[in-house]
Design a protein around this ligand. Structure first.
Ligand code: AMP
Length: 121
């Protein structure tokens, strides 16, 4: 699989400081911020700072340090935003996954019952 990263995507602009964001956590290799169109009381997006299009791209090509940092950031977010009653972590990829922003991101949703994972198609 060839992954082509578009440096003009909106999360790349956030990482360059060209667009504001409500930061939840920043680490050496990762950034977490509030989703602009929250679908639950907690809706945080966690992204790597590196230029990765999707989870499979990140998991294949990111360094061990980036992958560790991303996962530890995930745990830190869960400690701070209130997920005692549960949460859902989602990542969408490409067309069938209905990915809108082509920079790998993990949605972390919590704060209300979230229903079934998928509608039955
Ligand atoms: P996805 O469909 O998985 O690519 O999700 C993209 C997410 O990015 C959506 O939940 C949007 O609400 C969110 N989003 C788009 N632009 C921004 C922005 N400028 N700041 C924060 N979240 C954004």
């Amino acid at each position: 699989m060839r992954f082509e990263y578009d440096p003009e995507n909106i999360f790349a602009k956030i990482l360059r400081g060209e667009i504001p964001n409500k930061t939840v956590l920043e680490t050496e290799h990762s950034l977490a911020f509030e989703d602009i169109s929250a679908q639950a009381p907690v809706h945080v997006l966690l992204i790597p700072k590196g230029a990765y299009v999707s989870y499979d791209h990140f998991a294949r090509d990111a360094s061990d340090a980036e992958i560790l940092d991303f996962n530890r950031a995930m745990a830190k977010i869960c400690e701070t935003v209130g997920v005692e009653d549960g949460f859902r972590a989602i990542t969408n990829a490409r067309r069938d996954g209905v990915q809108e922003v082509p920079h790998f991101h993990l949605h972390i949703l919590a704060g209300r019952p979230l229903g079934r994972m998928l509608e039955r198609g």
